[in-house]
Write a new protein. Structure first.
Length: 802
């Protein structure tokens, strides 16, 4: 391969011309990107082979992280950084007249996820490889990732995303490892050696073809695997409409469902889930059997982790393999299965809990349904022994009830570990949402507070801040992010604070340029960059933010003496295409932006920006340029959040509710280094349980609230008519389920405080520094170590030094 700049250049030129049959001078950016990518992938290959060899020969336990989403983003710069070749390549390219920054922009984001859940999976892969842990990902190779968002007239328009248009340079197709997955058909029984056995017959097959992507650890020779499955139509059935069959099979890996909270209730979604699980587990068992004689020892060597309930069919699928193919008895199969599988819960929102109607489930997956039925009967029998006569409880806990399969119940019953994703979330699971399951198996429940890769979100996204940190406390934080805490010893270092300030300012200037380019609007980098970027959802309360901005606007207009530090409010958010209410909020943000940005009376104080198509690569530009991080969900609703951690690590100060991981951010950074407002989770849950909230009271008693809420319908926005009636009604007619008006006053107050704090530059920089210093806990390396120790029982398994 290459080990220095000259070798790199020579190989790059040779490869480019050989592959594309054109001279370097005629090559396009895309030719250059693809050439570089394929060189890096080959560079990685020997370590990839070695890693698999090492895992095999040492017989170490390996974990497979099953997830319906992996939100990877771009890989070029990340891989270059991880293999330590960023400088060699960047300098070599420069001498050829190529700017690596520009080349990086050519790569499409691998956007195979909706938001936090998928991005968590990507950070976990990064941490597993960087910690030399034997852990791999299993997912679906959607032809189209999360839709591309365009804003037209203030409305969201969705376009199919096209990340595979030019191919994906990092993947390796392995057609010889394809697996046929059966759907439909019937179950036949037969007897063998006196025992009753079952087999699935007359099924329609869909072929799952694996595409492997190397997951490169940072500064190590461990390369794990992300295996993504693609649905293909071979073998073609005889006597069938071939075109129809082709369309139907390919549709299984065509689109990522653009919804991160609602149960779609679509048969295609269920197909995707079984497709992922069956292909993954069967390929895992296939390679397991090459080295092991008995499936009884599976849990010693293999862990299967299910990221939320989407892959929960792993439980009946593993049972099916053990019963029908390996001919184990039920009790043995059940013990192996539960010891192998562990489960993460991501939400307590009831609309997000997956429930499948039997009438859809049973015909599509007849044998899997039979097995779930048996699991349910045995489980209910056990419950009956424990709670004789308590029908109400047994009905509530059953896996199948009222014509539906409850996926979360199956996940809890069929796994040995159930974890929440932040302390408060796990407490709510244990004390409320899953209290009855906690009662019968408390040992299963545990917390694993989410984390983010400090390599992608600090080292890569904010290289100048990373360099300053290294200059200040040495390089050890990169391998051991908890040592970021040493920054705290430099709290009074004026020069450090000054440099931090300059770096933030530089990042804000870059973002301001981007904003100008994308929206045509000029924003002042000296203003406070106040940012809310995340999926658009009622519980995340972008509405509270925009109503408060309307209030500020009115104040500036109406009160000559009103003064505040200038602010730029920045939003980024995709709404699920069928989520009417969320789309109205996007329109409202644009209506406010339109009014504010074109009013010269307020423009030295206030700007509102919506950056379209929020995704990983855009996020990497936003976090480093943020002063205030808006984390304002209705308390108890956000399981953890991970955006909050990315902001913190880049020196933004959180303004938020005591929800999800915000609470732990406060505990780590200190109460004086965060702005907290609003109802607590227990206050919210108390309202839900006992009533007592009447949004109209807040509307009538607080003129600020009345003013902004009335503006939704009184001609304040010219030409929008009754556009915002739904929002108005949600606040006053439907009693404001998410307590927007209840928290408004407290939110306005905390904003005042934050604005005042910002004017004290030294004080602000210290707050910022303390946030960075205590962000090490939120590295996904810490999270993964906890999973490894407490749930998976796997070890770091480094290879020999290169
Ligand atoms: C981190 C991240 C998220 C999750 O953000 P939350 O604020 O935790 O909801 C969503 N989308 C992208 C692109 C991200 O990088």
């Amino acid at each position: 391969m290459f080990s220095n700049k000259e070798e790199f250049k020579a190989l790059f030129l040779q490869r480019l011309e050989m592959t594309y049959g054109k001279s370097f001078n005629d090559s396009t950016k895309w030719d250059q990107f693809h050439t570089l990518g394929s060189m890096i992938r080959e560079y990685i290959s020997p370590d990839w082979i070695q890693t698999n060899e090492r895992y095999r020969s040492t017989g170490t336990k390996q974990v497979y992280y099953l997830s319906i989403e992996f939100l990877l983003g771009r890989l070029l710069r990340h891989n270059l950084m991880n293999i330590g070749m960023e400088e060699v390549v960047s300098n070599g390219l420069k001498e050829l007249g190529i700017d690596l920054d520009e080349l990086e922009e050519v790569e499409a984001d691998a956007g195979l996820g909706n938001g936090g859940l998928g991005r968590l999976a990507a950070c976990f892969l990064d941490s597993l490889a960087s910690l030399n842990m034997p852990g791999h990902g299993c997912g679906i190779r959607y032809k189209h990732g999360l839709f591309e968002q365009k804003i037209v007239d203030g409305y969201q328009v969705e376009l199919p995303e096209q990340w595979l248009r030019h191919g994906h340079v990092w993947e390796v197709r392995k057609a010889d490892l394809a697996i046929n997955i059966p759907f439909w058909g019937t179950v036949e029984s037969y007897t063998e050696k006196g025992g009753l056995r079952f087999r699935h017959v007359d099924a329609e097959m869909i072929t799952a073809v694996p595409y492997d992507i190397p997951v490169v650890g940072y500064n190590t020779n461990t390369v794990n695997t992300l295996r993504l499955w693609s649905a293909e139509p071979s073998p073609y059935p005889i006597n069938k409409d071939i075109l129809k069959y082709k369309r139907e099979t390919e549709s299984v890996s065509e689109f990522l469902y653009p919804d991160d909270t609602h149960d779609e209730g679509k048969i295609l979604r269920l197909k995707q889930q079984y497709f992922l699980v069956s292909a993954s587990i069967r390929s895992i068992i296939r390679s397991y059997k090459r080295n092991h004689a008995s499936l009884l020892k599976l849990p010693q060597y293999i862990g299967l982790h299910i990221n939320d309930t989407h892959p929960v069919l792993a439980i009946p699928e593993l049972m099916r393999i053990l019963l029908d193919e390996e001919k184990l008895g039920w009790d043995q199969a059940w013990e192996v299965t539960t010891k192998t599988i562990s489960y993460t819960n991501h939400t307590t929102l009831s609309e997000a809990l997956e429930k499948w109607p039997i009438r859809l489930f049973q015909p599509l997956l007849p044998r899997i349904y039979m097995i779930i039925n048996e699991i349910n009967e045995r489980f209910c029998k056990d419950l009956w022994l424990r709670y004789p006569g308590d029908w109400e409880r047994i009905e509530a806990m059953a896996i199948i009830a009222h014509g539906k399969v409850k996926m979360a119940h199956l996940a809890i019953v069929g796994s040995h570990s159930v974890n929440g994703v932040a302390k408060i979330h796990t407490d709510i699971l244990k004390q409320r949402e899953m209290v009855r399951f906690f009662e019968i198996s408390p040992e299963k429940f545990n917390n694993k507070t989410n984390g983010i890769s400090h390599r992608r979100w600090l080292l890569k996204a904010n290289p100048r801040l990373a360099a300053l940190i290294t200059e200040t406390i040495g390089p050890s934080w990169v391998g051991n992010p908890s040592s970021l805490s040493h920054l705290g010893e430099h709290l009074n270092d004026q020069s450090l604070l000054g440099q931090m300030n300059a770096i933030k300012r530089g990042n804000k200037e870059s973002l301001a340029l981007k904003i100008k380019e994308k929206t045509g609007i000029t924003v002042d980098p000296a203003s406070i960059f106040d940012v809310q970027v995340k999926r658009l959802h009622a519980y995340k309360r972008q509405l509270l933010n925009i109503l408060h901005i309307m209030h500020l606007y009115k104040q500036i207009k109406d009160d000559q003496s009103f003064n505040m530090h200038p602010r730029t409010f920045i939003f980024g958010a995709k709404a699920s295409p069928g989520y009417y209410y969320a789309k109205k909020i996007i329109k409202l943000i644009h209506a406010v932006a339109d009014k504010v940005n074109h009013d010269p009376k307020v423009n030295d104080k206030l700007k509102v920006i919506f950056l379209e198509n929020y995704r990983v690569s855009l996020a990497e530009e936003i976090f480093p340029a943020t002063d205030i991080s808006e984390q304002i969900s209705t308390a108890s609703k956000e399981a953890s959040g991970t955006g909050n951690m990315k902001f913190m690590m880049n020196g933004a100060v959180t303004l938020g509710t005591l929800d999800g991981a915000n609470i732990e951010i406060m505990e780590k950074a200190g109460e004086e280094n965060i702005f907290v407002f609003g109802l607590s989770a227990s206050e919210v849950l108390n309202y839900y349980q006992n009533g007592g909230y009447h949004s109209r009271e807040y509307y009538h008693l607080d003129t600020r609230i009345r003013n902004v809420v009335d503006s939704l319908g009184n001609g304040f926005f010219p030409g929008v008519g009754d556009e915002f009636e739904t929002i108005y009604d949600s606040l006053l007619m439907q009693n404001d389920q998410y307590f927007v008006l209840r928290d408004f006053a407290s939110y306005a107050d905390i904003h005042k405080q934050a604005g005042k704090a910002y004017e004290n530059e030294q004080g602000w920089l210290k707050m910022s520094l303390m946030n960075i210093a205590h962000s090490g806990y939120f590295s996904s390396d810490r999270t993964i170590r906890e999973y490894a120790d407490d749930i998976w029982n796997i070890n770091s398994s480094p290879g020999a030094v290169r």
